[in-house]
Design a protein around this ligand. Structure first.
Ligand SMILES: [Zn+2]
Length: 390
């Protein structure tokens, strides 16, 4: 199923075409709740795609012309220099949405054989940053997250692939802490910042100008930060720095690209972090995915040729997403020791995951199957997110 756009009246030979098409695309993207917009140049055409509820979909295609280039228009809006050809560029883009509300976006330009392509990330509206109880987790997961946020030290890792909602969960944790009864100083070191939250201090890494992760971490500790978010664990240095902070009186939060609880622990071990150190610092692992929810209005049924498109899901058949999650709370649980013993003795990811299933943590596949039974999502969506059932 495809999202259909309001088509532009002008022809692509009109010099104002680019202005018009950029305006139309960004307005439509905001109306559809898209998180990203891609402008991809092909040999003779432009292709425009939106990412909606995590899925990239082609929404429009139009002829290219020498008179009018939508990517140049976007670069002008973001103040990126057009004379710097042939190199990737990035910059913030502010866009006045319907009703005059300004929305923050991030524009990335990437040179291809057919010219520059553009990817625009639409940041969450700061008024829509969700609270822990609005993420869709079950009561026990929420309770475990709250108790972790109330700790004074330790490290929570949120695991999952790109687009699994990790940042939304981390922001909800920080917002919960910032709104607590007694104030704690919360500092986030991010690359990139995905939403701007008023109640915490957020910093963007800029390695070229000296704001590296190592220098940011050292300075953050001197800034008297009690709670730290280090947005993603990509390498050994970051992992070591955050683990060290979590063992010296800081409560730390990070995301990591790993598919399961076992895979997360294996990755930390591959980074040569000693098991005893992981065991001293790591307080919990939350492994999550997001499944698209079947549209409540059209129930995802294909429409008749003459029928109007469903206004709620814009014809995609899905509206909104629901999480499935496994929470391993390492503090005060008996699973902790068995999991670390398995890690220390070199057991595989699968074997470690098996231990968590036996301890009563439902597998993501089982949780997804229940949602299909309840009619909240369908098996095609489960296959897209989790792959084949093992
Ligand atoms: Zn619908």
């Amino acid at each position: 199923m495809q999202v259909s756009l309001t088509s532009t009246q002008r022809s692509s030979d009109d010099p104002n075409f680019a202005i018009e098409v950029v305006k139309q695309c960004l307005t439509d993207a905001l109306n559809c709740g898209a998180s990203d917009v891609h402008f991809q140049p092909r040999l003779k055409r432009w292709e425009v795609s939106f990412r909606i509820d995590g899925v990239l979909q082609l929404v429009d295609s139009f002829d290219r012309s020498d008179q009018s280039d939508p990517v140049s228009r976007l670069m002008a809006l973001a103040g990126l220099p057009s004379y710097r050809g042939g190199v990737p560029q990035e910059g913030p883009l502010r866009w006045q949405a319907n009703g005059g509300i300004e929305r923050e976006m991030r524009l990335g330009i990437f040179p291809t054989v057919h010219g520059n392509r553009a990817a625009i990330r639409i940041m969450d509206d700061r008024d829509t940053i969700r609270r822990l109880d609005q993420l869709g987790f079950d009561e026990s997961t929420q309770q475990q997250l709250r108790s972790l946020c109330d700790s004074r030290d330790g490290w929570l890792l949120v695991a999952g692939p790109a687009g699994s909602g990790k940042t939304t969960t981390l922001y909800a944790c920080l917002t919960y802490i910032a709104a607590g009864d007694f104030s704690r100083s919360v500092l986030a070191i991010e690359d990139p910042i995905e939403s701007v939250i008023d109640s915490i201090s957020q910093s963007q890494l800029q390695p070229t100008s000296g704001m590296t992760l190592a220098s940011a971490m050292r300075a953050a500790v001197r800034q008297d930060a009690e709670v730290l978010l280090v947005s993603e664990i990509r390498d050994v240095d970051t992992a070591e720095a955050v683990l060290a902070a979590s063992m010296t009186g800081h409560l730390c939060f990070s995301s990591i690209h790993a598919g399961s609880i076992g895979a997360t622990l294996r990755r930390l071990a591959q980074m040569k972090l000693p098991t005893f150190a992981i065991q001293s610092g790591l307080r919990g692992i939350l492994c999550q995915r997001l499944l698209r929810q079947i549209c409540s209005q059209c129930a995802g049924r294909p429409r008749a040729e003459s029928a109007p498109e469903c206004g709620l899901c814009h014809g995609t058949g899905y509206r909104g997403r629901i999480p499935i999650a496994q929470m391993l709370d390492l503090a005060g649980s008996s699973i902790g020791q068995s999991v670390f013993d398995a890690l220390e003795s070199g057991r595989s990811t699968k074997e470690i995951d098996q231990i968590t299933f036996q301890a009563g943590i439902d597998s993501l596949h089982d949780q997804a199957a229940r949602l299909v039974e309840q009619g909240k999502t369908d098996s095609a969506e489960v296959f897209r997110v989790l792959g084949r059932t093992e």
